[in-house]
Design a protein around this ligand. Structure first.
Ligand SMILES: CC(C)(COP(=O)(O)OP(=O)(O)OC[C@H]1O[C@@H](n2cnc3c(N)ncnc32)[C@H](O)[C@@H]1OP(=O)(O)O)[C@@H](O)C(=O)NCCC(=O)NCCS
Length: 183
């Protein structure tokens, strides 16, 4: 397993993983008409056209066979907005999401970017508790328009990105097997 910067050739695989992850994770929040209909085209277009600057942090987790099984995208301005974090269902709970977050935090620290924040759908208890375990502070709950459906989202904020990095710690087995993470 390798965590690396996304390249243009990864855009289609990211769109496919993004679509599948929404279908599996947000079935109760979003209509079938979106998830099983329009979503794939929306994600394909979104990722095909998404501008990615040198400062943005877009990472993929790739197996030794070259399959992309996770990605994280963070848009950098004065702060870092962690817009997406998704791991294929067959690869969850094995440290891939943490490895993606750790490398994201490391690159934000390198650039001196802080704070970092994200939105999590309030019913996504697993992701929300992961972020709180990692030192994120729960902020405002606000409705976000997800392609026509208003869904309550909570802000999670790391005022100092170093907290996120420190909480993720040094890679330990099985994380040590995830290569491409530089100290
Ligand atoms: C949320 C998500 C990104 C987390 O990624 P992941 O690869 O499953 O998570 P990790 O294995 O890196 O870490 C979290 C879990 O592993 C455990 N874990 C794994 N390695 C660990 C380690 N070295 N030390 C401590 N805990 C570890 C954590 O306790 C936690 O347990 P859980 O799986 O029972 O919840 C992923 O589950 C996912 O894609 N979910 C669907 C989409 C989604 O909700 N995205 C977030 C949108 S805001």
């Amino acid at each position: 397993m390798n965590v690396r910067s996304a390249e243009d050739r990864d855009r289609a695989a990211i769109a496919a993983l993004h679509t599948l992850s929404w279908q599996q994770t947000y079935r109760k929040e979003l209509p079938d008409e979106l998830l099983d209909g329009r979503l794939r085209g929306i994600m394909d277009a979104r990722w095909q056209d998404q501008p990615i600057s040198d400062r943005d942090v877009v990472l993929v987790a790739e197996t030794d066979d070259g399959e992309i099984v996770g990605f994280a995208s963070t848009w950098v301005a004065d702060d870092g907005y962690i817009d997406n974090l998704h791991v294929s269902s067959g690869w969850q709970s094995q440290g891939v999401g943490r490895a993606l977050l750790r490398e994201t935090a490391r690159r934000l620290l390198d650039q001196g970017v802080s704070p970092a924040w994200l939105h999590v759908i309030t019913s996504n208890h697993r992701a929300r508790s992961l972020y709180l375990d990692l030192g994120g502070e729960a902020g405002l709950v606000e409705n976000k328009n997800l392609y026509g459906t208003m869904v309550p989202n909570q802000q999670i904020i790391w005022t100092d990105v170093a907290t996120l990095f420190d909480r993720l710690g040094a890679p330990t087995p099985p994380l040590a097997e995830i290569r491409g993470i530089q100290e």
